[in-house]
Design a protein around this ligand. Structure first.
Ligand code: RUQ
Ligand code: CUA
Ligand code: CA
Length: 657
């Protein structure tokens, strides 16, 4: 077979194609398929022109952005050998079903935390402990081996991260995973009833009623796809009966507390700093099942949930349940919530098919991005509360600005100095805009210049986030942008391109692009926070494992019919048993405790032909169960480099016929 390497002329061609024409080409490529269904109005503008003709005079235009040659002088960008990063980043992995831990701003990947999908490095989905978290069928095999993580968010205290937990969604099977941030492991997964396409996720920041609870106790989950209720074969051809829900999960127990039946589909989520409100951006108010039907209405909504009222309604028994689920479901549909004094929900109208919703760090605003509309919508939270209190006649008046920012706005981050940064998918830009100036402009001051800067990114950005952005301590130093297409930014590696994550210095007035990072597809959302907020542990406590073998001599083999239990230990460079003997047909459960106490001293344990490989970290115990179905000799060996005699670290498993 002949190998196709990129030739010098291919590369030269790629270089030559870099120019404004290429931006235009990419832009029209991104538009293909959605043209004619709502974007037609914006469609004919060249990509390199200012995003919106009616936008105020702005730095605008790709040309201005491309002209910037500023160089970042912020400390920490390129850590010298041995230097540590100053931030952690938690990145969703997308359909690899995991969460990535990065050092930031270097962008160095430090760890992947497997959640929904088996992982060959740690043995996630192989060990009994991880299978118990992931969920199994009656025969002991994994219930699901696919996942799709989009949104990762961490627990709060006093409006900032407290380093206890992070959560991530699985859109495919509507599951939520929790990760402990002391050991960086997934410890619980809950499957949500009654919903499909669980997408956005956000922890609350404090309790809406009890002022003593100034930390996360709930996690809200946006259900995107509408389905029959219960989804058991009824109403298959009656889409008018399909519904979506928002779900509340208890942060500690991971049990589902309650759900809210809503109109439309919801995806992203935000929560207020006072704990009173959560909101989802909501599209398809039309309830359409076909593409065009989902875009027919001019307005969709940013849907607000009054948390205290919903929980009171649940207490008062004002709920239903569906199918086998015992979870209380309250009615949050528009027609049942017209009286502000009793409403559980408020539908604040925003331009059609909005995408992200993000909470400003000053606690005052939620910002919805237009997606199909070139606008950012600013909603003042006090006004939403006023509507619920009967003090504002029309909830639409909670919108204090609805301004043009560019084509295809998706997600927004903040610098803590009053500026918002929004990704423009179609323009392939990040736009920096000032929230108070946008509010002034919307109020009639046409001299208010709300667009501060625009920066080209490469290409078609979806998510972005800034350091500490979604906390009260947004520090306005760094911004990361997840670009969905990398096109020509990296060496070609066949048809599958990496994504391009770019790092941007936002400490000054102008944004400065400081780096391209290739990343394996297909990450979505992420958070970036100061390293001091975590207190990771690097050695386990042996007493946390009920099946631990605490010294090399106290293990052994016990037999109960065909069920065999092996308890053994590892300590570099050997396992406590050099040999173990079974009979064909034995069902073996093997517990391995790593007695090494030294940080970074991990061992692996692999059994040839039995689909077993996992690691044990210092003072950790894990187990696997397998059947001895083939007589023979099998060398179990350590797969994780641990010692000069690592290769000699093995045990002989003998299976008698
Ligand atoms: S959402 S591109 Cu990725 Cu789940 Cu906005
Ligand atoms: Cu133990 Cu390698
Ligand atoms: Ca891509």
């Amino acid at each position: 077979m002949s190998q196709t390497k990129p030739t010098a002329s291919d590369l030269a061609q790629a270089e030559a194609s870099k120019g404004l024409d290429r931006r235009r080409f990419l832009n029209s490529a991104a538009l293909a398929g959605v043209a004619g269904v709502g974007l037609a109005a914006c469609n004919d503008k060249p990509a390199s022109a200012p995003a919106a003709a009616s936008a105020p005079p702005a730095a605008g235009s790709a040309t201005a952005a491309a002209a910037s040659t500023a160089v970042s002088t912020q400390a920490g960008l390129h850590p010298k050998p041995g230097e540590l990063d100053v931030y952690y980043g938690l990145w969703s992995g997308g359909h690899t079903g995991d969460v990535r831990v990065l050092g930031f701003p270097s962008g160095r990947e430090l760890l992947r935390i497997p959640c929904f999908v088996p992982d060959a490095l740690v043995g996630w989905g192989i060990t009994n402990e991880s299978k118990a978290v992931m969920g199994t069928k009656p025969d002991g095999s994994l219930r699901y081996t696919v996942g799709d993580t989009h949104h990762v968010h961490a627990s709060y205290k006093d409006g900032d991260y407290d380093g206890r937990y992070a959560w991530v969604n699985d859109k495919i099977n509507s599951r939520i995973a929790r990760m402990r941030l002391d050991y960086f492991v997934c410890d619980k997964i809950t499957e949500l009833p009654n919903v499909q396409g669980f997408h956005g996720i956000f922890p609350d920041k404090r309790d809406p009623v009890d002022p003593a609870i100034n930390h996360t106790t709930r996690v809200f989950c946006g259900g995107e796809f509408h389905v029959p209720l219960p989804n058991n074969g009824q109403d298959l051809d009656k889409p008018e009966n399909y519904r979506a829900m928002m779900t509340c999960v208890d942060a500690e127990s991971m049990e589902v507390r309650w759900q809210v039946l809503i109109d439309g589909n919801c995806d992203l989520l935000a929560t207020s700093y006072d704990g009173k409100l959560a909101a989802t951006n909501q599209y398809n108010t039309e309830g359409g099942v076909k593409f065009a039907d989902m875009m027919s209405a001019e307005k969709d909504a940013c849907l607000f949930y009054n948390i205290a009222r919903i929980e009171q309604a649940v207490k008062d028994g004002k709920f239903k349940t569906y199918g086998d689920s015992k979870v209380p479901v309250v009615d949050g549909t528009k027609k049942s919530n017209t009286d502000p004094k009793t409403a559980l929900t408020a539908y604040v109208p925003v331009p059609k098919n909005p995408h992200g919703v993000n909470a400003s760090p000053d606690g005052k605003y939620f910002i919805c991005s237009g997606k199909l509309s070139p606008t950012g919508t600013v909603i003042e939270l006090q006004k939403v509360l006023d509507w619920f209190d009967g003090k504002l006649d029309d909830v639409a008046k909670a919108v204090v600005a609805d301004v043009e920012i560019g084509l295809g706005p998706l997600h927004t981050a903040f610098d803590g100095r009053g500026n918002a940064f929004t990704t423009l998918f179609l323009d392939s830009q990040v736009v920096k805009w000032n929230i108070e100036a946008a509010i002034k402009f919307a109020a009639g001051d046409k001299n208010a210049k709300y667009v501060v800067d625009r920066l080209d990114v490469h290409y078609q950005p979806g998510h972005l986030n800034a350091s500490q952005s979604e906390t009260k301590n947004a520090d306005g130093k760094w911004l990361a942008v997840g670009c969905k297409f990398s096109k020509d930014r990296f060496l070609p590696v066949g048809p599958l391109h990496p994504e391009n994550e770019q790092i941007i210095d936002i400490s000054g007035e102008k944004m400065i692009l400081t780096g391209d990072h290739s990343v394996r597809g297909e990450p979505h959302d992420f958070i970036i926070f100061k390293r001091e907020l975590l207190r990771p542990k690097q050695v386990y406590n042996i007493d946390d494992f009920p099946n631990a073998t605490k010294d090399a001599t106290s293990g052994g083999i016990t037999r109960n019919g065909k069920q065999v239990t092996v308890k053994m230990t590892s300590q570099a460079p050997s396992f406590s048993m050099t040999e173990f003997r079974f009979k064909k047909g034995d069902i073996v459960t093997l517990h391995l405790t790593n007695l090494d106490k030294v940080e970074d001293l991990t061992h692996g344990f692999a059994i040839p032909k039995h689909n077993v490989n996992f690691i044990v970290n210092p003072q950790e115990t894990k187990s696997v169960t397998f059947v001895c179905d083939k007589p023979g000799v099998y060398w179990c060996y350590c797969t994780h480099f641990c010692h000069a005699l690592h290769l000699e670290m093995r045990s002989r498993m003998i299976v008698e016929a």
